[in-house]
Design a protein around this ligand. Structure first.
Ligand code: GRF
Length: 200
């Protein structure tokens, strides 16, 4: 079982749901969690018959309590891999250590360039010629864990944030299911900062 955590549009969630339905990912999406009541991800999940929860962080006294609730939901649903897809919260060691090596994130830049919440805007403002996508394992620091897959997306001179983001999204929707498949098929190992492919 995979869990997908989202805060917004959920287009990556949609790509993962479709990949699982079409057996391009060897597992079911069993749980979708969002921290936003109006996240479109909730409707997308329900359309696929997937259990989806808005878990409101404000209803918990502390971040650790919130994360323990998320852990419990994952446990109840037999989750083996947590995929963050636009989940706009930084997970603390409470959650990360529980699912160590079993949390993935997707980021719209070639990390370690342009971490943070505005990667595409930042790359344009910097005058970069190449943007990209990174899928990485999640550790205790933001946009920091070992890199699993990356793909470059060239920046055109007339690009706006919207036009660049839409090309990045296309790459994300292909790369994330591929990364999930590699992990679930047991084809990757984490060796320090490196992710090695075992080809099993
Ligand atoms: C993606 O661009 C992802 O890289 C970033 O947040 C965005 C989520 O988009 N972490 P969506 O909600 O999947 O459409």
């Amino acid at each position: 079982m995979i869990a997908v955590f989202c805060s917004g549009q959920g287009t990556n969630l949609q790509a993962i749901l479709e990949a699982a339905r079409d057996k391009r990912v060897p597992a079911r999406v069993g749980l979708v969690i969002t921290d936003q009541a109006r996240a479109k991800a909730l409707q997308r999940a329900r359309r696929f018959g997937v259990e989806a929860h808005f878990v409101n962080p404000r209803q918990f006294p502390a971040k650790a309590d919130y994360e323990r609730a998320l852990i419990k939901l994952c446990q109840v649903n037999g989750v083996v891999l947590v995929c963050l897809a636009g989940f706009m919260r930084v997970l603390s060691p409470v959650f990360v250590s529980h699912f160590s090596g079993r949390i993935l994130n997707i980021h719209p830049a070639l990390l370690p360039a342009f971490p943070g919440a505005h990667a595409v805007r930042d790359a344009l403002a910097w005058g970069a010629k190449v943007a990209g996508v990174t899928v990485h394992f999640v550790d205790e620091k933001v946009d920091h864990g070992p890199i699993l897959l990356q793909e470059a997306v060239p920046i055109a001179s007339g690009d706006t944030e919207g036009s660049l983001f839409s090309r990045i999204h296309k790459v994300e929707h292909r790369l994330y299911p591929k990364a999930i498949r590699l992990v679930l098929e047991g084809k990757v190992r984490i060796r320090g900062r490196r992710v090695v492919f075992t080809g099993r």
